[in-house]
Design a protein around this ligand. Structure first.
Ligand code: RUB
Length: 307
């Protein structure tokens, strides 16, 4: 249990972050917990697995990859402790393998849409979006990137470091400069924390303003998302919760204490409607956002939606 608690804490504090990484860390935590779980009965085994599943899911509310990973990893059908344990180990490992391969596939598929000379704008720090960009560069395409700072946590700094390691020419801009620079951009490539059944994207706060500016300037807006970023629970009517993080990330609490009439809000994600999205690059191919429902139905299954 201690190891699961440690993973949960790392996800909560964003030491482990990014929807894909969170999902993989949760799958690993469940696998390791199940491996060592000493349960006297099937009832105890089920109750303990449920307990750690709920703990992991509760760490961050928006990235749907987290509940999807937990549910897919902790699935078992046997009523025997040993067999159920083996099923969980197998399912978790399968999830981790699929997640790794998905990033590679997204890179391969998405990079085919990147042209020589393209200027690509990206937001926050998405491993899926970066997979497309770095694959295109490694294929020999002469590209450059405009990366946003992504306040308040400044994940843009992770992105520029990653791109710099590949030798990709990169410009860092503040979030409010997105529209100003859109004229220089050919394509916007971002990641996803969740994709709803109606094709709407949930990603780092500010993503929707990149989409709006791209739409206005008639630039292409691409989303890179593994199929486990699609949200089955939106099919059964559940809205995607937008995480609101501590105001301390935005303003020094000492300064805020003096401002008795001021409140600070810090939503971590926003919604981009499907109409602003040109394509979603997934591990099963490029799809229009309108196909989100089909991806959920055929690749994730209704049972994950918690009817
Ligand atoms: C990260 C973020 C990323 C998505 C996709 O937010 O919004 O764009 O999670 O990332 P945070 P990936 O830093 O708050 O976790 O493609 O790596 O899954």
């Amino acid at each position: 249990m201690q190891k699961v608690q440690e993973t949960a804490e790392k996800i909560r504090t964003m030491e482990i972050r990014g929807a894909g990484r969170i999902a993989k860390a949760a799958a690993e935590a469940i696998r390791d917990y199940a491996t060592e779980l000493d349960a006297a009965s099937m009832e105890e085994f089920s109750a303990r697995i449920k307990e750690v599943s709920n703990l992991l899911i509760s760490t961050r509310p928006t990235a749907v990859s987290l509940p999807n990973a937990v549910k897919l990893s902790s699935k078992y059908s046997s009523a025997n402790v040993e067999e159920a344990r083996q099923e969980i180990i197998k399912n978790s490992n399968l999830f981790i393998e699929i997640a790794d391969k998905a990033l590679e596939k997204i890179g391969k598929i998405g990079s085919r849409r990147i042209r020589d000379g393209d200027v690509i704008m990206t937001h926050c720090n998405s491993h899926a979006a970066l997979s497309i960009i770095t694959t295109a560069f490694e294929d020999g395409k002469d590209i450059s990137v405009i990366a946003t700072e992504s306040r308040p946590r400044r994940q843009g700094l992770l992105t520029i470091r990653h791109l710099n390691n590949f030798g990709i020419p990169t410009t860092l801009i503040v979030d409010s400069a997105v529209r100003y620079y859109m004229k220089d951009v050919d394509k916007v490539v971002v990641g996803a924390d969740a994709i709803a059944a109606n094709g709407a994207l949930v990603n780092k706060i500010g993503t929707s303003q990149l989409a709006l500016a791209a739409h206005e300037a008639r630039k292409s807006f691409m989303v890179a998302a593994e199929t486990f970023k699609f949200s089955p629970s939106t099919i059964v009517g559940n809205p995607i919760e937008i995480e609101e993080r501590s105001v301390d990330e935005v303003v020094d609490p000492i300064v805020l204490k003096e401002l008795s009439h001021v409140q600070v809000r810090n939503p971590a994600f926003d919604f981009t409607p499907a109409e602003y999205i040109d394509m979603i690059v997934t591990d099963i191919g490029i799809i229009p956002p309108e196909m989100a429902y089909t991806v959920i139905k055929e690749h994730l299954g209704w049972e994950l939606g918690d009817l």
